[in-house]
Design a protein around this ligand. Structure first.
Ligand code: ADE
Length: 239
C-alpha cells in the first residue's frame, strides 16, 4: 500500500518508523511518503494560511498549496491500471473512524492524508480533491485536536496493522477489541498470584471449552458495563 501524507509538520510522523509499522516499511509492505505542504507554497514566507472570508476567528488554509500538492501526490496514478486514491482529510466534522473504517481502508492501494491546521482548509479543496479520488472526511472522535496529524497517525496505525504480513501472528488480530463487535476479554500472565491477587482459576484449568465460554462472558460483561452502545438489542454483537 502506498500512503502519502501532506502536513506542515512532517516530523510528527517520525514515530511511524518505529516498531511494526517501521518494519512493514522496511519490508516494502507500506510505502509511506510524508511531504511538507510548504513545499508547494512559493512566497517568501511559504504561506499556507489566510484570514477567512466573511470574518471569524482564526486562519484558513489557502487552496493553492493544497491544489498543487494533491496534483503531485494524487494526480498521477502510480501504475496505469491502478485504482484512484482515497483522499482522507481528518476533521472533527467528519464521519467517525471505527475498526470497520480501518478494515475498508486497509484494502485500498493508495491512501492520501491531508492534515489541516488552524480553522480548517478552504472548502474548495475538498471539491477539487473529489476529481482526483474518493474523498473522505474522517474524525477520530467527538473532541477537537490542534490539527490532523495525530488523527492521521492513529488511522495509519489502525489501518497498517490490518495489511497482510504487518502483524506477525494474524490470529492476534482476530481476538481484539472491536473485531467481533465486543470489547476484548481480560488477559493474565505469570505469576499465578501477584500481590495477593490470583489469576481466575478457570484459566489454569486446562479446560479449553470452559475457558472460551468464560472469555465470551467476560467480553459481554465488559461491553455492557463500558460500551453498552456496542450491543444490539438482543446483545448479539453487530459489526
Ligand atoms: N482535527 C481536529 N480534531 C480532529 C478530530 N477529532 N479528528 C480528526 N481530525 C481532527
Amino acid at each position: 500500500m502506498r500512503i502519502d501524507v501532506l502536513s506542515i509538520f512532517p516530523s510528527y510522523f517520525d514515530g511511524l518508523t518505529l516498531s511494526l509499522l517501521g518494519k512493514a516499511q522496511d519490508a516494502g509492505l507500506i510505502d509511506l511518503r510524508v511531504r511538507d505542504l510548504r513545499d508547494w507554497a512559493f512566497d517568501r514566507h511559504r504561506t499556507v494560511d489566510d484570514t477567512p472570508y466573511g470574518g471569524g476567528a482564526g486562519m484558513v488554509m489557502k487552496p493553492e498549496p493544497w491544489g498543487l500538492a494533491l496534483d503531485e501526490v494524487a494526480g498521477s496514478a502510480p501504475a496505469p491500471d491502478a485504482e484512484r486514491p482515497t483522499i482522507i482529510f481528518p476533521s472533527p466534522a467528519g464521519e467517525v473512524f471505527t475498526q470497520k473504517t480501518a478494515r475498508q481502508l486497509a484494502t485500498r492501494e493508495h491512501l492520501v492524508f491531508g492534515c489541516g491546521r488552524y480553522e480548517g482548509i478552504d472548502e474548495r479543496v475538498f471539491e477539487y480533491a473529489a476529481d482526483l479520488g474518493e474523498v473522505r472526511l474522517i474524525s477520530l472522535g467527538d473532541y477537537v485536536l490542534n490539527g490532523g496529524e495525530v488523527a492521521t497517525m492513529a488511522m495509519i496505525e489502525a489501518i497498517g496493522r490490518l495489511i497482510p504480513g504487518v502483524v506477525g501472528n494474524p490470529e492476534s488480530l482476530v481476538e481484539e477489541s472491536h473485531e467481533d463487535g465486543l470489547l476484548e476479554y481480560p488477559s493474565y500472565t505469570k505469576p499465578a498470584s501477584w500481590r495477593e491477587r490470583a489469576v481466575p482459576e478457570i484459566l489454569l484449568s486446562g479446560n479449553h471449552g470452559a475457558i472460551a465460554a468464560w472469555r465470551r462472558e467476560q467480553q459481554l460483561v465488559r461491553t455492557r458495563a463500558r460500551r453498552p452502545d456496542l450491543l444490539a438489542d438482543d446483545e448479539a454483537p453487530s459489526r
